[in-house]
Write a protein of this length. Structure first.
Lengths: 249, 201
């Protein structure tokens, strides 16, 4: 009984920062080695806790960017202008530092191979992070489920994981569509507008194909996309959402 | 005890009374949104609120009937498990005491259920004696759909996932049954002052 109780608890632990990768000017990946990692499912998050010298603490949640099959645990964090934790993680953290965390947390915004497809992933900005974990999981297990990612970013420079997404898209089962809403490179032939109903009609699966949809991004983006998917006839029970609040962070 | 995070100072909020902020929470003036799926839209003509389960006589109110019950306005602090707290929020709605008045039941637990399939479980005593409301207004305005409108449960002394959005009724049970997030590893009770975020906390 005692052992079960211990296993059931999410304990705080000190993970070593192995490497930091600048993904964009505001977004950084943190490669971590936690002493004891129970494993996670693609789409879950962790809680991170910072402690100042006088004992003041701040906690936030961050999506896991790595697949369960990856050797290391990776968080990808966007620096928010007003974010006391995200600014520290993106600007101050150094390799060799220890980062206090616990997890994994959350069990609904999760995709694993057994859930099948077709898979519709819709990301706004840094909302791509948990969806990237799903795509890496998809590749790691050799899933045959067809998957489409629709990723909305403002400018080419703000596209997180650009090279990796292009690599993933080389797989027959995976399509990646990027829409750039504010600034396009010369000769851009991709989508160039906000995600709206017609864009979803073009890119998303048909409702009678019963896709399993994961939508992640800022609240307004998620409200719009989830609402339009329902309006197009998709089953609300197969649309899972996760919102990245711009508050705090 | 937590080790110090090298170089972390933190941003103190001198305007918030620390005795009103539970451990691990920070105060926001925004109103962030968290929900697991699309925002449901039920027309008020089709809307009803029901008390059912382990009761002798289930009861139900239409939107207009619920509006006609005595309304209370309360100012409360709310605490979301995703770490934000919002102080002095103003809600108007019907006390759960009013809805359960005269109900004969041996139930000790209640499950709030919502449009979209969301559920959350609470001990019955946590929604009685002026501790819970079915809120119809926020800040003097009809409750916005993304914040749970037309009606959400308001149980401010527990983490805010217990304050079910788009609530359509209360189901009374003699035995406790985990709700939606409670089944996904979140704490069964969710007291923010004990930092009961996840199962085992």
């Amino acid at each position: 009984m005692e052992r079960a109780a211990l296993l059931g608890r999410l304990s705080w632990q000190q993970a070593r920062v192995v490497e930091l990768v600048d993904e964009t000017a505001r977004v950084r990946s943190i490669v971590l080695q936690p002493p004891e990692w129970p494993g996670h499912r693609a789409g879950q998050h962790v809680d991170v806790r910072l402690t100042a010298e006088d004992g003041y603490q701040a906690q936030r949640s961050y999506s896991i960017a790595s697949a369960p099959e990856d050797a290391e645990l990776v968080l990808t964090v966007e620096r928010l202008d007003d974010g006391e934790v995200s600014r520290y993680l993106v600007d101050e953290l150094r390799p060799g530092d220890e980062l206090e965390l616990r997890g994994p947390v959350g069990g609904y915004f999760v995709w694993e191979e057994s859930l099948g497809g077709p898979l519709l992933l819709v990301a706004g900005g840094s909302g791509v992070v948990p969806l990237r974990a799903m795509l890496r999981h998809h590749r790691a297990v050799g899933s045959r489920a067809p998957a489409r990612l629709l990723y909305s970013a403002r400018t080419p420079a703000e596209v997180v994981y650009r090279d990796e997404l292009m690599e993933l898209a080389a797989a027959e089962e995976i399509d990646v569509h990027i829409t750039l809403t504010r600034e396009r490179p010369e000769g851009w032939s991709g989508y160039a507008r906000r995600v709206d109903r017609t864009l979803l009609e073009e890119v998303a699966w048909r409702p009678d194909e019963h896709p399993l949809a994961y939508v992640c991004g800022p609240t307004g983006f998620v409200e719009t996309v989830a609402g339009e998917l329902v309006a197009l006839g998709h089953d609300a029970a197969r649309i899972r959402t996760e919102r990245f609040g711009s508050a705090g962070g | 005890m937590s080790p110090i995070s090298r170089g972390f100072r933190g941003r103190r909020r001198s305007d918030a009374d620390p005795s009103r902020v539970p451990p691990g929470q920070y105060v926001t003036t925004d109103f962030p949104v968290l929900s697991a799926g699309p925002t449901p839209h039920t027309s008020l003509a089709d809307w009803s609120f029901t008390v059912r389960g382990a009761v002798d006589d289930p009861r139900s109110w239409t939107w207009d009937e619920l509006r006609a019950l005595p309304q209370e306005t309360v100012t409360v602090d709310i605490h979301c498990v995703t770490k934000w707290s919002k102080l002095d929020t103003v809600w108007t709605g019907v006390s759960v005491d009013t809805l359960l008045e005269g109900v004969e039941t041996s139930a000790e637990y209640v499950t709030a259920y919502s449009d979209g399939g969301y559920t959350t479980n609470l001990p019955l005593e946590d929604v009685l004696d002026g501790k819970a409301w079915v809120a119809l207004e926020y800040d003097g305005e009809p409750l916005d759909p993304e914040h749970g409108g037309p009606a959400r449960l308001l149980v401010p002394h527990l983490y805010f996932w217990k304050s079910a959005k788009w609530v359509r009724g209360l189901e009374l049970h003699t035995e406790d049954q985990p709700g939606f997030w409670e089944g996904y590893g979140y704490h069964n009770y969710g007291d923010p002052w004990k930092e009961q975020r996840y199962s085992g906390d």
